[in-house]
Ligand binder design. Sequence first.
Ligand SMILES: Nc1nc2c(c(=O)[nH]1)N[C@H]1C(S)=C(S)[C@@H](COP(=O)(O)O)O[C@H]1N2
Ligand SMILES: [Mo]
Length: 458
Amino acid sequence: MRLSRRHLLVLSAFATSLRAGEPVKRGMIVRSARPEDLEMPLDGFRDWITPLERFFVRSHVYTPAVDAAQWKLEVGGEVRNRLSLTLPELQRLPKVELPGVLECAGNGRGLFQPTVPGIQWEYGAVGNAVWAGVRLRDVLENAGLRASARDILFDGADLPIGKMPDFRRSIPVRKALHPDTLLAYQMNGRPLSRSHGFPLRAVVPGWAGDCWVKWVTSIQVLDREYEGFFMRTAYRIPTYAAQPGQAVDPARTAPVTELRVKSVIASPQDGARLAVGKPHAVSGAAWSGESPVDRVEVSADGGRSWFGAELDRSAGTHRAPGRYGWRLWSTHWTPPAPGPHLLMARAMSVSGAAQPLEPAWNPSGYLGNTVHRVRVEAGRAGTPAGPPARPVPAFPVEARTACLGCHGEDIIAGQRLTRAQWERELDKMIGWGAPVTPADRSALVEFLFRHFGPASHR
Ligand SMILES: Nc1nc2c(c(=O)[nH]1)N[C@H]1C(S)=C(S)[C@@H](COP(=O)(O)O)O[C@H]1N2
Ligand SMILES: [Mo]
């Protein structure tokens, strides 16, 4: 057999990733190929521990390749002793292991109505892994916090693209000193992969993924909250009930912190055909920030009545879920009559929080936890016809020149935005360095709005 040069390149790239022990992601929903934003499909909610091959990826910029031999963790700011630690030095501290849910603050954004800009995640920007590393507290105690210490700022080895701000985030000292807050070097028993933050990442159990900084190289102890873009502008939610579709008052917003109670139905999936009069398994996963999941209930009648699901009975649950791992749940439901049926699942936490039936809207699409609804069809033969996938239209030359220098069409084609939202998106991208000429701007907005407007479906 003769192989072309292209084949050899592909094979050698594959061999390199195998040698480096990088898991090859399989069957993921690609929201953006580069930067890498990959979503886990719904059947991932059948696994108690999400395999690395299926774990979602959310990276604002390109994945850095960190050389572990050169790598150091610098600790400074409001401390008595500055530290500079190699990986083996860090690993001399006691090793701690815990299962925990990592969920992107924007998970569920793609379900928001009115639609909002950003990666259009539906359900799977979340996973449950076993994290292992050292307590952040142990590192901070070695450095010696000064009385002025308020927030802990993480920076990673990733570099901004164009003129975008660097991804840096801070968490309050109270959360940083919690014994379950880690600097992890392992995920599911293996060294962190490149996509997930090799060689070191923050693990902030119960808090949204944006706090879980990857590729950490620097920890600065601040006497205040960090004031960069990813604290002051991004990752903020209104502290009051926002009006759907309306701008919020920036003065009345706060950083996203704790995750909300949530459950997702893994099986059956939307459009499934179920036999009438036979019991069918209904199952999924549930999690809930810092307060554990108390129970999960299922409704098959539009929410008029609810019945309890069993926790942790599903196959694959071999160990205690811990305080921050998700819980697999399952129950059975027998379709009483032919026709369409609506299945819903809602989780409640020990603290008394319940998943809402009606969505709570916010302009950046954060912390969406509306009750998951699955439409099934009882008693009819044949395979369901899903909506045909719409092909991505050809980008005109001005869009290719202005927009495809840093990322592909995918991140753009996933959006469903109004003209005003596209105008704001263009301002943001121009600020980051997109070469949009004033003469081309209105044609560009028209193109984007016509193909990727609020009513477009993909
Ligand atoms: N340095 C750095 N850390 C980062 C990010 C990033 O872009 N750069 N993305 C954050 C966001 S928004 C999320 S949701 C999680 C995703 O982690 P994962 O890719 O391992 O699933 O990493 C966080 N840590
Ligand atoms: Mo995120």
